[in-house]
Design a protein around this ligand. Structure first.
Ligand SMILES: [Mg+2]
Length: 301
């Protein structure tokens, strides 16, 4: 684990570097608080910090305060090294945001133990953050296709509608349904049906631009949201439709032709009704027309 050692005293720096290397850390050295602060703002900074209290310019507690102001999700673990051992000083150091302190001259066994505690805390914090991130992802995504789930894509739609109204920019919503999906399930079984939905998600992701959003709206229904600046908002949806229809889906030796139909509604902030349900109703009607039109087509409401 990388360890930032910041001390203005050369002898102290060299000694700390040698010791902590022996203990398995990867020391990164700074000669004063400014250097330490620059390193902390760089790429992939150390998360375990050993800061001398007294340094010219920015002191150890000054660096602590700066770090605290960054308000990070994964703040570093900071140990102050200090010759000060009056209670008031210690309290001031901890108030500034330090997690621990070690008195100078330090006992190396004690310093090592305290660094190990810091390392454990950081590892634990990383695991917690990762678990938290996983839970958030799981809560917003459909497990089969890994696209946004219905709840998540609806909240994206709400958000995008509000943005569109605020910024006066158009928004297109496409409700997309797999043609004769029941036949795929009946002919090949549900596992193949699932594989088709997964492949469909991959093709959506291939064609959509990073700022477009897609979610699984229902069984074989998907909701696509794009804030296209095109007058003709059909084109992104046509690209999606073609990308699905052009190449049959391959699954365990089977070649399955798949097509989709899309009902599109364009929302223009000045003229349209911004009620989500009426927009989705319009998209649904257009989808019904696309189906009646022979499927494998997209229709603008
Ligand atoms: Mg000093």
């Amino acid at each position: 684990m990388k360890l930032l050692i910041s001390d203005d005293d050369l002898t102290s720096r060299v000694m700390l570097q040698a010791l902590t290397t022996q203990w398995g850390f990867e020391p990164v050295l700074a000669e004063d608080g400014e250097q330490a602060w620059a390193i902390l703002r760089g790429d992939n900074p150390p998360r375990l910090l050993l800061l001398d209290w007294e340094m010219p310019g920015m002191s150890g507690p000054d660096v602590c305060k700066k770090v605290q102001e960054m308000d990070l999700d994964d703040p570093p673990f900071i140990i102050l090294l200090t010759a000060r051992n009056k209670k008031a000083d210690i309290v001031a150091g901890l108030d500034a945001g330090a997690n621990d302190y070690v008195s100078k001259p330090f006992d190396s066994a004690e310093l090592r133990a305290r660094l190990q505690v810091g390392k454990r805390m950081i590892d634990l914090q990383s695991e917690l953050l990762q678990a938290h991130h996983q839970l958030k992802t799981q809560a917003a995504h459909d497990t089969l296709t890994e696209l946004l789930n219905r709840g998540a894509v609806m909240s994206v739609l709400k958000h995008e509608l509000a943005r569109s109204q605020r910024e006066g920019s158009p928004l297109c919503i496409g409700l997309c349904d797999v043609d004769h999906f029941k036949n795929i399930n009946d002919n090949y079984g549900h596992l193949v049906g699932d594989a088709v939905l997964k492949e469909l998600a991959k093709r959506f992701n291939k064609v959509l631009r990073p700022y477009d959003q897609v979610g699984r709206y229902g069984g074989e229904e998907f909701l696509i949201i794009t804030n296209t600046i095109d007058i003709n908002c059909m084109s992104p949806f046509e690209r999606i439709r073609e990308c699905v229809a052009d190449t049959p889906f391959q699954h365990e030796g089977l070649s399955i032709p798949v097509t989709i139909s899309i009902g599109i509604v364009q929302f223009t902030p000045t003229s349209s009704n911004s009620d989500i349900n009426s927009l989705l109703n319009l998209a649904d009607k257009a989808l019904y027309e696309a189906k009646a039109n022979g499927r494998n087509s997209s229709i603008l409401a």
